[in-house]
Write a protein that binds this ligand. Structure first.
Ligand code: PRX
Length: 657
């Protein structure tokens, strides 16, 4: 991690809560009291918090959860009946029908922004829901959404929720193959896409990608197309449907379908240390309670504030903090189609100024990239509306934290560094603006109901006290927790509950400092975090070995100035293949097409041999060290089948920084 220096005095000193947060949603005393209550009687605590959303039939049972390997089962509010879309839209109509629900800021700043009120949102979502019904989508059916960051993405999500269909969003940066895998794994009935996705002045041909993906899917999968840019696309009669045209003639009202609290709301595929990405399943009641509560408390969201989360709805951050959390709270949420550096490095700040954003939530990789462009891009804009700044997706290095605080927050905005995961549904460890003092680089303290446990990596002994380090587990369930892996409950148990019995294992390492603050130190498994995007090294490896000229590949992460981690691939070519610069480029392109641009290897090293144990296991520890340019401390290499391969890899290493 660039510039990471946790031991420095700066990083360890607490930043006090700035003035103006005396009436925060959560105050220091309230934090202590509520946290204690959530630990001593979770049943009573969540029984009360569950009332923050509207129930068609109130729950009588609150918590029914079991973390024992072999018996893992997670249910919250299980006999309650609700509808998520009704909570995000309908219940606000009497009081805030004319309030803006979604501000849409397009990629091109010369295109006018859209301001969609709750009344308009209601109408659009109903029309879209009626279109889905007319296409035969029923309760429990899966709908894949492969859209740019346009209001129709929000309409599609909420339309599914309204009729009880389960959405699965695929990030628009993923390739046709990745899309096809997700359509097939979820057995989706239809996919909603757009002609093309403008981003940073360039366009991704989403419809053409979908056409390519559908060649590998069942014939009956329908394709709803949002004509967004007007770009020409091919059209398959009987399969492709112009969704905007149908919405115009569809009825503007659609009754909500009552859903059980534990009925799935969405599936979101995410990478793990082994195998194909898994479908993380989130259900309706607990997820919504948790998303709305964390949104309100972590960002100190107050009525009338404009909230901006810069994530894409293709990631969990977009689900919980662009759509479900804010809309459940009746907030005004901003949806941005573009990128931080288009048309220039001041775009984020121009958007904050233009829409008078109060809470701004982004990823460290974006902060580092903008930091590199100099503070003048920030200083050009009036950022006086900002009150709270957020960070998510990867550890934030203190240098970036301090810059964010000084230039963007002008020392007046608390920074909430929110640690959480696709699996957790919402924030797990985070500061709260008016309640918890911050330290640059620390996620700080657990959210209500979250019981962190630091365990020794080997042996899984519970480590008590402060000033300790280990792997991060969670000792008991919280309502936003994922319930299962789609179609594979065994994999769910094995991934999260097998290694450390009785605990949920996050896959992250952490340190608990002398003040009891948590510092996330990064993944301890074969997952890497590239620009805040999670990537399984195994996925990149299997893409590489699918190339005819590649015999073997091993992929690891290495520290990258901007991206946090970069992708370093060791590639062994087939016997008679010459390693050339062209081939290197071809392999990068190959991975982009197999998975998507986010998986492009940054460095490819030709490896005549890989370090393996006598039983043939690749020793990744050594490969990681060489990729980090830290080969002085390779540790024990005596168990290698052929220790000489290591010298060759060191001599030809690609990272000499
Ligand atoms: O390693 C942690 C890192 O991102 C992983 C989760 O990735 P994903 O499921 O894609 O969700 C990202 C957005 C919630 C975690 O296992 N991570 C996320 N937030 C932080 C973080 N690491 C350190 N600090 C954070 N604030």
């Amino acid at each position: 991690m660039a510039g990471r220096d946790q031991g420095s005095a700066e990083a360890n000193s607490k930043h006090p809560i700035p003035p103006g947060f005396e009436n925060a949603v959560v105050t220091p005393d309230a934090y202590k009291a509520m946290y204690a209550a959530s630990m001593s009687d979770p049943e009573a605590f969540w029984g009360e918090q569950g009332k923050r959303i509207d129930w068609i039939t109130p729950y009588t049972k609150v918590k029914n959860t079991n973390f024992n390997f072999g018996e893992v089962s997670i249910k919250w509010f299980e006999d309650g009946v609700l509808n998520v879309a009704a909570n995000c839209i309908d219940r606000h109509l009497p009081t805030r029908g004319d309030q803006v629900a979604i501000i849409w800021e397009p990629d091109d700043p010369s295109t006018p922004a859209k301001h969609i009120t709750y009344n308009e949102l209601h109408e659009k979502v109903c029309r879209m829901a009626n279109v889905l019904l007319s296409q035969g989508v029923m309760r429990g059916d899966r709908v894949v959404i492969y859209l740019p960051m346009i209001p129709e993405a929000a309409y599609a999500m909420l339309a599914c929720a309204r009729i009880g269909a389960i959405h699965s969003i695929v990030f628009a940066g993923f390739s046709p193959d990745a899309l096809a895998n997700r359509i097939n794994d979820s057995d989706a009935k239809l996919v909603i896409t757009a002609d093309s996705a403008p981003r940073g002045g360039r366009r991704t041909p989403l419809k053409a990608n979908t056409d390519a993906a559908l060649l590998h899917c069942k014939d009956k999968v329908r394709c709803l197309v949002v004509k967004h840019t007007g770009d020409q696309t091919s059209w398959v009669d009987g399969r492709d449907v112009d969704v905007l045209a149908l919405m115009e003639t569809a009825a503007p009202d659609c009754p909500v379908r009552p859903m059980g609290a534990e009925d799935p709301l969405f599936i979101l595929y995410t990478s793990g240390s082994t195998g194909k990405p898994k479908g993380v399943v989130h259900t309706s009641g607990g997820y919504l309670v948790y998303a709305s509560m964390t949104h309100q408390m972590t960002f100190d969201y107050k009525d009338g504030d404009v909230f901006w989360c810069t994530a894409d709805v293709g990631w969990v951050t977009g689900h919980s903090y662009i759509i479900y959390g804010p809309l459940a709270n009746g907030a005004t949420t901003l949806m941005f189609e573009g990128v931080p550096t288009y048309p220039d490095a001041g775009r984020f700040w121009a958007v904050c100024e233009k829409h008078k954003v109060n809470q701004f939530y982004t990823a460290p990789t974006a902060i580092r990239a903008l930091m590199g462009q100099g503070p003048e891009w920030v200083e050009k804009h009036d950022l006086s509306s900002l009150r709270v700044l957020g960070s998510v997706g990867e550890p934030i290095n203190p240098e970036a934290w301090v810059w964010y605080d000084k230039y963007v927050g002008k020392g007046k905005c608390p920074i909430v560094d929110t640690f959480w995961q696709t699996e957790t549904g919402g924030h797990m460890i985070t500061s709260l603006p008016g309640a918890i003092e911050t330290k640059p680089g620390a996620a700080t303290l657990p959210f209500f109901g979250v019981k962190p446990a630091v365990l020794t990596a080997e042996g899984g002994q519970l480590v008590e006290g402060n000033g300790v380090e280990g792997v991060l587990c969670i000792a008991d369930s919280w309502p936003g927790q994922m319930r299962t892996v789609w179609g594979d409950h065994e994999r769910f148990q094995q991934t999260y509950f097998e290694q450390y019995k009785g605990y949920y294992f996050t896959g992250d390492g952490c340190r608990r400092d002398e003040d009891g603050y948590y510092w996330i130190t990064g993944r301890v498994d074969d997952v890497i975090n590239v620009s805040g995007h999670r990537m399984g090294t195994a996925e990149v490896e299997s893409a590489l070995v699918a190339h005819a000229k590649v015999a073997e590949a091993a992929v690891v992460g290495y520290p990258h100035e901007i991206k946090g981690q970069g992708i370093y691939a060791y590639v062994t070519l087939m016997n008679d293949v010459e390693p050339t610069e062209e081939l290197r480029k071809e392999l990068v392109k190959w991975v982009r097409t197999e998975i998507g641009p986010i998986a492009s290897p940054d460095l490819i090293q030709w490896a005549p041999g890989l370090p393996k144990t006598r039983s043939g296991k690749i020793m990744r520890r050594i490969l990681r060290k060489i990729a980090e340019n830290d080969f002085g401390a390779l540790g024990d290499t005596s168990t290698l089948a052929d220790p000489s391969v290591v010298d060759d890899l060191i001599d030809n290493r690609m990272n000499r920084g």
